[in-house]
Design a protein around this ligand. Structure first.
Ligand code: GLC
Length: 514
């Protein structure tokens, strides 16, 4: 059974890529109609594919009728559906919290003479989950889509839904004198009561699956969050991502940090729940650019990432275009970018004294728009995506990097994904086999075994541009003679078989251990 996760497709002013929902019951006409959604669920189902929707439940759009009502007065039917507070005696915001996209997390509302809280942008007011009517409205929406036949939900920004009982200023942690809202409101005690209620009202007794976007939920919390005693089937953890949140300072990362994070995630999810494996999503730049040096061969880099993605223990989430080896864009002006976070980061960089060129270079490297360019289907106008005007320009590599061309090319990144996916289907050990890291201290190679009784595989990926051995010490594999390479990402490049004694630059292998 496969699934396709759609980022939000509900009616939205699209200030934040649809993560600002104005009507949870109606499909955004940009994408189609509710009937189109029914048809998609049906057609996907016939092919053994479930459709997973993205529930944005920490906040709505400020265009949602709930908020439009709520902001009118302090005593209407929706007045308590959002988080309203009076100003401090001097008129300033109730606390010094900085929103995740920058600037105060509070915005003044003239009609109510109060501030409202927004963890993200001002156009994304936070819902008041303490209000049982709000919770019921949200469960009703989820149940409406479950009844339509969706296969599950990704729960957006879910660790922020519970706010602390008392709102206090945090210690300033930046030049703006503010304090990160994340630290003040993430994973607040009591949140699990809400989430258990969601589970009971929406998921129990159905066959849907849930994955939470749970930044700030650590390994120790995992048993409470996932698995039989938890609330979701899986939660995304972000520790292995190398693209830092601070765009001004290039994050210094080592391969051993990434490996440690993945190994730790594998260890905890072996005990509780299950691991959603991912390297890309709509919030991150492309993985080839993040994990590999600029001069790395992008096809080998794409195959290397794909190998790790499809062989770790867990459910692989392949993000649009990752399977085609997409890379970042670098547009000449900030006006070419749509992502509100990129614009906000750009403006903050300028106000901190960086030049326009420097500010733009941060955007080039980190913008979420890197991963939001239209799907490249073929070499025709707009990459065959639309005859209209897409929301962002198509990546200029579309004439060669497109689904049609790659499907016809046995040496493409896509062809490698197909080979690995077929191999995965045929080798159950990749689904349920234990994970064990090999050569943990190597800064060049990520290697691990997957093991189910006598069924044993070794996966090894060279992240460096020079030849590298897999150190078998302590791996349980006696010698290289016991290792038979089944797949190498060089198969169509060089006739000689790969060997784990000397992986070629950026080579990925899958081998049988005898
Ligand atoms: C999540 C989404 C991101 C969005 C934010 C606010 O982090 O993945 O794209 O901007 O929530 O909804």
């Amino acid at each position: 059974m496969g699934a396709v996760w759609l980022t939000p497709v509900f009616v939205s002013p699209m200030e934040d890529n649809g993560y600002d929902v104005a009507d949870y019951y109606t499909i955004n006409p940009l994408y189609g109609s509710n009937e189109d959604m029914d048809a998609l669920i049906e057609a996907a189902g016939q092919r053994g594919i479930r459709i997973v929707m993205d529930l944005v439940y920490n906040h709505t759009s400020d265009q949602h009728e709930w908020f439009r009502e709520s902001m009118q007065s302090r005593d209407n039917a929706y007045s308590d559906w959002y988080i309203w507070r009076d100003a401090k005696p001097d008129g300033s915001a109730p606390t010094n919290w900085r929103s995740i996209f920058g600037g105060s997390a509070w915005t003044w509302c003239e009609s109510r003479q109060q501030y409202y809280l927004h963890t993200f942008a001002p156009s994304q007011p936070d819902l008041n989950w303490e209000n049982p009517e709000v919770r019921q409205a949200l469960y009703d929406i989820a149940n409406y889509w479950v009844d339509k036949g969706v296969g599950g939900f990704r729960m957006d920004a879910i660790p922020y839904i519970k706010k602390p009982p008392v709102f206090k200023d945090g210690t300033p942690d930046g030049v703006d004198g503010m304090s990160d809202v994340h630290a003040m409101t993430v994973n607040t005690p009591g949140i699990l009561d809400f989430l258990h209620e969601f589970r009971q009202q929406v998921q129990d007794g159905t066959d849907i699956f849930t994955v939470g976007e749970a930044n700030g939920v650590g390994p120790d919390d995992l048993p409470d969050w996932v698995g039989s005693n938890g609330v979701f089937d899986m939660i995304f953890s972000f520790d292995h991502l190398v693209d830092g949140d601070n765009w001004r300072v290039e994050k210094q990362w080592k391969l051993t940090d990434v490996k440690q994070a993945l190994t730790a995630a594998e260890a905890v999810t072996a005990e509780a729940g299950w691991y959603p494996v991912f390297f890309e999503n709509h919030d991150k730049p492309r993985s080839i650019d993040s994990y590999f040096p600029e001069d790395a061969d992008p096809v080998l880099a794409g195959r290397a990432m794909g190998t790790v993605l499809l062989t770790l223990r867990g459910t692989p989430f392949i993000y649009e275009g990752e399977e085609l080896g997409y890379t970042n864009v670098a547009w000449p002006s900030i006006d070419d970018y749509n992502d509100l976070n990129s614009r906000s980061q750009y403006n903050s960089a300028l106000s901190e004294g960086y030049t326009e060129a420097e500010a733009l270079s941060f955007v080039h490297r980190h913008s979420r728009d890197n991963a939001r360019t239209p799907m490249q289907w073929n070499a025709e106008a707009n990459a065959g995506f639309t005859t209209g005007t897409p929301w962002l320009p198509v990546h200029d590599d579309y004439t060669s990097e497109n689904a049609q061309a790659e499907a016809a090319d046995p040496a493409s990144v896509l062809a490698w994904y197909h080979r690995l996916a077929d191999f995965r289907q045929a080798n159950e050990v990749l689904c349920d086999g234990d994970y064990r890291e090999v050569a943990a201290s190597s800064e060049q190679v990520y290697a691990f075994t997957r093991e189910n009784g006598d069924d044993k595989l070794l996966i090894a990926v060279n992240f460096s541009g020079s030849e590298a051995p897999v150190d078998l010490t302590g791996s349980g594999i006696a010698s290289f003679e016991d290792v038979e390479v089944l797949l190498s990402s060089y198969d169509d490049i060089e006739a000689t078989a790969g060997t784990p004694e000397a992986l070629r630059p950026y080579e990925a292998i899958v081998a049988r251990i005898r």
